[in-house]
Design a protein around this ligand. Sequence first.
Ligand SMILES: C[S@@+](CC[C@H](N)C(=O)[O-])C[C@H]1O[C@@H](n2cnc3c(N)ncnc32)[C@H](O)[C@@H]1O
Length: 274
Amino acid sequence: MKPFLKWAGNKYAIMDRIKAILPDGNRLIEPFSGSAAVFLNTDFNDAILSDINPDLINMYQYLKKDGQKFIGYCSTFFVKETNNADSYYHFRKIFNGTGDTRLRAALFLYFNRHGYNGLCRYNNKGEFNVPFGKYTKPYFPAEEMLQFHSKVQSAELVQQDFMKTMEAARPGDVIYCDPPYVPLTETANFTGYSSGGFGIREQETLAAMAKELSRKGINVVISNHDTHFTQTAYESARIVSFQVRRFISCKGDTRGQANEMLALFGLDGETMVG
Ligand SMILES: C[S@@+](CC[C@H](N)C(=O)[O-])C[C@H]1O[C@@H](n2cnc3c(N)ncnc32)[C@H](O)[C@@H]1O
C-alpha cells in the first residue's frame, strides 16, 4: 500500500528488506512514523504511530476520524484555481496564523503536493516555509487516503518525542525506528547541535534504548545510513547493509548510491552475526 504523503526518507521502496528482518509481534510501534510506509505494509493486530511533527499527526487524526468527509474537504484545495504561487503563499500565510486544526490538516496535505519537492520544513518561529513547487497537475491521493483511513482504525496516533513512545513499549511489541539519517560524513553540525534537533546525542540515546528494550523481550529494528558511527552505535545488533539507488541532485538527473542499513536489536541479537 503506497503512502499518500510524499515524505523525505520514506521507506516504501525498501519494504521487502524491512519485512525480511522485522520480527513478528502483537503490536507494531513506529516512533518516527513519517508517511507510515512500514505500518501500511505490515499486518500487526495493533499499532502505535507516533511522530514529533504535530501537523502530521493532526492530519492523520482527522483522516482516521472523518474518513471520506475529510478527504472530500481536502479535495477542494486541489483545483486548478489554487495551483499557482499566489494561492500557495496565501494559504501558507493562513496556515501559519490559524488555530483551526481541520483547516491546518487539509492545508498540510495541499502543501505536501503543491510545495517544493514535497518538503516539510519550518523556520525557527515554527512557521511552515517551503516554497511553491510548480507542478503541472498535483495528484490528489483519494484512494490512498481511503486505504489509510481503514487501516489506521487499529492504530493509536500520538504526537511526541521518540523516547516517550519507546518507553510505552511492552514485551511482545515490535518497534521499527526510522530516525532522521546520520550524515554520511561526520560534520561539525552532527557532533554538536543539529539544526533539525536530531543530533549525535539523540542517535546515541536511540541506540541505547534499543539495546535496553531488546533485553526486556522487545525487538527493535533501526534504519539508518551505514556509516562508521552507526556500525559502532549498533554493534550489539544484527546488521544488514545494502545499497539503495536514490536521487542525490535537485536536478533529478544524477543518481547516486548510498549505503543503507537495518539493525535488529533482538533477545539473541548479541549472538547473531550480521
Ligand atoms: C526518515 S523520516 C521517517 C520516514 C518514514 N519511515 C516513512 O516511511 O515515511 C523521520 C521522521 O522522524 C520524525 N522525527 C524527527 N525527530 C523526532 C523525534 N525526536 N521524535 C520523534 N519523531 C521525530 C520526523 O518528523 C520524520 O517524520
